[in-house]
Ligand binder design. Structure first.
Ligand code: NAP
Length: 302
């Protein structure tokens, strides 16, 4: 029996572990893949206070080691459900069942797909969801990035240093991501902006060789020959396994406010998987602190 089980070892879950351990609670962190969450794919973090430049991997490693040093236990198993017994909760993984007085769900989100035919088949053969993981394969080649958020912008900037040409394809004419990154991209000669357009066809032999892009206003279809397509069109919250117990909003995010409190007493949501307006590293970490503080209070009162 643990005091607190934290599901997910991204920035929110790891920060929750630090706070819960500093409050002397026993803590188990369950993680399906590896620690770090999506920040691990960010080449250079510039907007976290006091960290002028740090890679996502280095950042995540530091926070992971900090949580370990403070005494959090880690088990790498995927949580597939939670059972609420009132003062205790069971967290079910693929292999085991773990019990705690409180649970923090910090599962983050997964890549949203473009939804174009053959997308799944071409993953690893020209289609990627992670520029920092796969960008080096496209040194000197032609690539495109789809999306208009910070991930797409940062991916395009990263790839501009490697690739011969980077097409940045966005379905609107205004970007959702930071203006500073847009301006940095505009200074690059090898970045070509394609606005108001969707990728409507993937053309491949063994690998992706070209894409068709359709202009939303004119319906004109353009074929672009390229070697790689980086899809950065947002993420989907990973809450499906808890949907029977935890109230989600229409988009699948846990309905929880800034206090991270869910509809079930003793269960909290922290980070990108809950309803919130700003999904950033700093707000994920803040959620971890808030959720852990609430969970500690629940454990002490029950
Ligand atoms: P996002 O901000 O949700 O942006 C997704 C983009 O994809 C939007 O521009 C959206 O277009 C477009 N899109 C969605 N579905 C599409 C589809 N089916 N076809 C074509 N385009 C589609 O996602 P994100 O860029 O992954 O960022 C997620 C969060 O992480 C954001 O809050 C972001 O600020 C944050 N983030 C922060 C950092 C950092 O702090 N350094 C780095 C990366 C990400 P519309 O604009 O038209 O909706």
């Amino acid at each position: 029996m643990y005091d607190i089980i934290i599901i997910g070892a991204g920035p929110a879950g790891l920060t929750a572990a630090i706070y819960a351990r500093r409050a002397s609670k026993t803590v188990l962190v369950l993680e399906a893949l590896s620690y770090g969450g999506q920040i691990i794919n960010t080449p250079d973090i510039e907007n976290y206070p006091a960290a002028m430049h740090i890679s996502g991997y280095d950042f995540a490693t530091k926070v992971y080691e900090q949580a370990q040093e403070l005494g959090a236990e880690f088990v790498f198993e995927k949580a597939v459900g939670i059972k609420d017994n009132g003062d205790t909760k069971e967290v079910i993984t693929d292999d085991n069942t773990y019990t705690a007085k409180a649970v923090i769900i910090a599962t983050g989100s997964e890549n949203r797909k473009l939804g174009v035919e053959n997308e799944d088949k071409l993953v690893g053969r020209g289609i990627s969801y992670c520029a920092t993981c796969d960008g080096a394969f496209y040194r000197g080649k032609k690539v495109a990035v789809v999306g208009g958020g910070n991930t797409a912008l940062e991916d395009a900037l990263y790839l501009a240093d490697l690739a011969e040409t980077v097409y940045l394809i966005h379905r609107r004419d205004a970007f959702r991501g930071d203006e500073a990154t847009v301006n940095a991209l505009k200074e690059r000669d090898n970045v070509k902006f394609i606005y108001n357009s969707n990728v409507t066809k993937l053309i491949a032999e063994k690998r992706l060789t070209a894409i068709e892009v359709t202009d939303k206003n004119t319906q004109e279809v353009t074929t672009i020959e390229l070697n790689g397509l980086f899809v950065a069109v947002g993420r989907i919250p990973e809450n499906q396994n808890f949907a029977q117990l935890i109230k989600l909003d229409d988009s699948g995010y846990v309905s929880a406010g800034e206090d991270c409190i869910t509809n079930v007493p003793g269960i909290y949501a922290a980070g990108d998987n809950r309803t919130k307006s700003v999904r950033q590293l700093v707000t994920a970490a803040a959620d971890g602190a808030v959720a852990a503080t609430e969970a500690v209070r629940f454990v002490q009162e029950h």
